[in-house]
Design a protein around this ligand. Structure first.
Ligand SMILES: NC(=O)c1ccc[n+]([C@@H]2O[C@H](COP(=O)([O-])OP(=O)(O)OC[C@H]3O[C@@H](n4cnc5c(N)ncnc54)[C@H](O)[C@@H]3O)[C@@H](O)[C@H]2O)c1
Length: 295
């Protein structure tokens, strides 16, 4: 169980904004070295400046978590500078909405690449070194309540985050099975004010949708923007809860207590073989439209 943070190293993806930046600030305050990774260079540099001002040693690298070679280069630089990390935050993420059959191939590829492959590469690249180091260490994978529930008009995001939850649960078992001193947590927040509703800002040119957004995509985007903006728990609160969970070796980090009713309902639907209950309210604004499919 990781108890001593001082002098250890935290690797954080998506470190330029939102949760990633807050994880970095707490790590700096706890005397950790930092490996900061993000695809957006300017915001990454801002986080670097903030943690350097708090006295942290920093390695900052522009990284695309969906690209195997990019994460391997991050790993190599981290091992050379600081050695194996004590903390690994696989946190970078992006979102799109819309009715399941209207999302384009590029919507699926972009979001799965960042949200799921990003976590896969993080585990693949860093966990072997963490095991080999033989010291207490911890992996935090950022999923979402969308990894525990299946809200409508969020198929792409839901699939990516359910993937992160099952990957994290399996990683937990695998590490226990081999007796490695590496803990795992999966972070499942509801809506929190961050840059997530504007994640299209970092969508690569080659994975842009070539067709105009459908009505369901526009409605999903508007409702996500509103929900994210109205979130009462801050990114700093979520980061603080995450460090508490790491110290307690707690696996599931569900930051919004009220969402647990929907989680329990889903589990009950499965165990009773009932049809799934919509975890949010039914929304007329995303009723199917014709002729607006996006490939
Ligand atoms: N904010 C919420 O309401 C909320 C709720 C549940 C889960 N999450 C998850 O939290 C995580 C962090 O998001 P956030 O809310 O802080 O949003 P954010 O947009 O503020 O931060 C995400 C960061 O990921 C970076 N990023 C995007 N694509 C990348 C790539 N290919 N490689 C490396 N970095 C990349 C962005 O530049 C950004 O700095 C995500 O996984 C998100 O899905 C957010």
């Amino acid at each position: 169980m990781l108890k001593e943070f001082k002098g250890r190293t935290a690797v954080i993806t998506g470190a330029g904004s939102g949760f990633g930046r807050e994880f970095a600030l707490i790590a700096a305050d706890r005397g950790m070295n930092l490996v900061l990774a993000d695809i957006q260079a300017d915001s990454l540099a801002e986080t670097e400046t903030m943690v350097t001002a708090r006295g942290a040693e920093v390695l900052s690298m522009r990284t695309d978590v969906g690209d195997a070679a990019s994460v391997e280069a991050l790993r190599d630089a981290c091992l050379e500078r600081f050695g194996a990390p004590g903390l690994l935050f696989n946190n970078a993420g992006v979102a799109v909405g819309g009715l399941a059959w209207e999302n384009s191939v590029s919507d699926w590829e972009w979001v799965l690449r960042v949200n799921l492959w990003g976590v896969i590469h993080g585990i693949r690249c860093f966990v072997p070194a963490m095991i080999q180091a033989g010291r207490p260490a911890h992996v935090v994978n950022t999923a979402s309540v969308a990894g525990l529930l299946s809200p409508p008009t969020m198929a792409v995001y839901n699939v990516s985050k359910h993937g992160v939850v099952t990957l994290s649960e399996t990683l937990f078992h695998d590490l226990r099975m081999v007796g490695a001193p590496v803990g795992v947590s999966v972070l499942c927040p509801a809506f929190v004010p961050t840059g997530i509703a504007d994640s299209g800002r970092n969508r690569p040119e080659n994975l842009r949708s070539t067709q105009a957004p459908t009505a369901s995509m526009r409605a999903a985007q508007a409702s996500t923007e509103k929900a994210v903006r109205s979130g009462k728990i801050s990114a700093a609160d979520v980061a603080a809860m995450t460090y508490e969970a790491i110290e307690q070796d707690q696996f599931y980090i569900v930051t919004h207590e009220r969402i647990m009713d929907s989680v329990r309902l889903r589990v009950a639907d499965v165990s009773e073989r009932r049809n799934p209950t919509d975890p949010f309210s039914m929304r007329q604004d995303v009723a199917p439209t014709s002729g607006e499919g996006d490939g």
